[in-house]
Ligand binder design. Structure first.
Ligand code: UDX
Length: 434
């Protein structure tokens, strides 16, 4: 099939690359010329495992193109996939500026046969609004499909190629069937729903996962208070198939480009429709509190943080990505600086992006060893393999004091007990002081 993908962010790029990989003829369109030039040279603008390999091989096979030219991408596209960003607006609602702009741009290229797919995360009712906008401009009926994505950064290709399910929401049966056919080579279960239900499935899923994280984080705090171990509790709970093991890792709160904004957007939808949804409000409040948890522990331990040198290990909102959006490292470093601590951070890939946000409010190290050198304490903020696999005995050797606040529970009790002297403060587990 001949497919045009609008937007080469995480979602658009991963989708375009994967659709070309399963044999479709894909052209990705973006207004950012620098990005398109980079992509044409086979360079991925984002850090994503396997993306660059698939990018270059599918370009070489002639199935994947990149352009800034609308006619080139859209003129004979059978399917147009809109995957532009829908950032959070000032009122918590999704900002649909880019989406509306994209919809206006495609109108002159749409025929009665073209199928328009909205992959961007959009509030319930948006597909209908876009449909009307295009129909008013073209004077013809258009075929719309809502097809939300569920890919995670750091495993975007795998999540697309081996998705748990594909959601197709449409009022047009033929269009729904065509999109089902487009994905057929993936051999993934397909659920066809109404457009509104498809739009809601995306928000309902992300808000549920965010709530699951807030639940286990609150549980972690209770475990700490009573002396239980949240990792064991989560393992025990997760074996129950009705609960499931995934997304029960207690930590320092969820971040990233989706959960924070999607939970707020869903809450906004609830409010404008006169529905209270206090559960979502608590999910957000717990997450905000959890981000401050390591700092609170450090304050309790030291009494004050003025002049303390804190080594922050990890900056990205999660491992395997250089994305800093809503990363817990941002409020944590701000709080530490506010209390007068000196922060020196290390991240395997996100440092450059972090510098754009945090500037010189903190210092940056080129290695774990450099960050922890003469530090009063270590804060583990992102569970990168490099950090988890670090020899703890070695790591604490050159610290001023061997004190670790682990926001991601990276080390086992055996690893900690191998140290001759250490103070280890994890999340939701008893502290270990040797
Ligand atoms: C998420 C959704 O998982 C994906 O389906 C959606 O399409 C986009 O948003 P992503 O933001 O890439 O993906 O990351 P994810 O792996 O879901 O993690 C989100 C946040 O939750 C991270 O900050 C992570 O550290 C945190 N998290 C996740 C936990 O704190 N505990 C967990 O058990 C799992």
């Amino acid at each position: 099939m001949k497919i045009a993908v609008l937007g080469t962010g995480y979602v658009g790029l991963s989708t375009g690359v994967c659709l070309s990989q399963i044999g479709h003829q894909v052209t990705c369109l973006d207004i950012n010329e620098r990005k398109i030039n980079q992509l044409r040279q086979g360079i991925s603008p984002i850090y994503e495992p396997n993306l660059e390999e698939l990018l270059t091989s599918n370009m070489a096979a002639g199935r994947l193109q990149f352009t800034t030219s609308q006619p080139e991408a859209l003129a004979d596209a059978e399917i147009i996939i809109i995957a532009v960003g829908t950032p959070q607006g000032d009122d918590g609602a999704a900002d649909l500026t880019y989406l509306v702009q994209a919809a206006k741009e495609i109108t002159s290229y749409i025929t009665q046969e073209t199928i328009i797919v909205i992959k961007s995360t959009v509030p319930v009712g948006t597909n209908a609004v876009v449909k009307k906008l295009i129909e008013d401009r073209t004077g013809t009926t258009v075929k719309m499909v809502s097809n939300p994505e569920f890919l995670r950064q750091g495993s975007a290709i795998e999540d697309t190629m081996k998705a748990d399910r594909i959601i197709i929401g449409s009022e047009n049966e033929l269009a729904a069937r065509k999109i089902e056919e487009m994905y057929q080579p993936l051999n993934v279960p397909v659920i066809v729903t109404s457009t509104k239900s498809a739009e809601m499935i995306k928000y309902a899923s992300n808000a549920f996962l965010a709530t699951k994280i807030s639940y286990i984080n609150e549980m972690a705090n209770l475990c700490e208070a009573v002396g239980a171990n949240v990792a064991d509790v989560a393992r025990g709970m997760g074996k129950d198939k009705r609960i499931g093991e995934a997304f029960l890792n207690a930590g320092i709160g969820y971040g990233g480009s989706c959960f924070p904004k999607d939970v707020k957007a869903l809450l906004h939808t609830a409010e404008v429709n006169g529905v209270e949804f206090p559960l979502l409000k608590e999910t957000i409040a717990i997450n905000e509190r959890q981000r401050e948890w390591l700092v609170a522990k450090a304050l309790k331990r030291f009494g004050h943080l003025s002049g303390k040198k804190i080594a922050m290990l990890g900056l990205a909102f999660k491992p395997e990505t250089d994305d800093m959006r809503e990363a817990p490292s941002i409020p944590i470093s701000a709080a530490l600086s506010k209390w007068g601590a000196e922060v020196i951070a290390y991240d395997p890939v996100a440092t450059e992006n972090a510098k754009k946000l945090l500037g010189d409010s903190i210092k940056y190290a080129g290695s774990i060893a450099e960050a922890v050198y003469e530090a009063d304490a270590v804060f583990i903020v992102t569970e990168w393999n490099e950090i988890k696999n670090q020899d703890l005995v070695e790591m604490i050797r050159n610290m001023k004091e061997p004190i670790i606040f682990d926001g991601r529970n990276c080390f086992s009790e055996d690893e900690i007990r191998a140290c001759s002297a250490i103070e280890y403060y994890p999340i939701g587990k008893p502290s270990i002081i040797i």
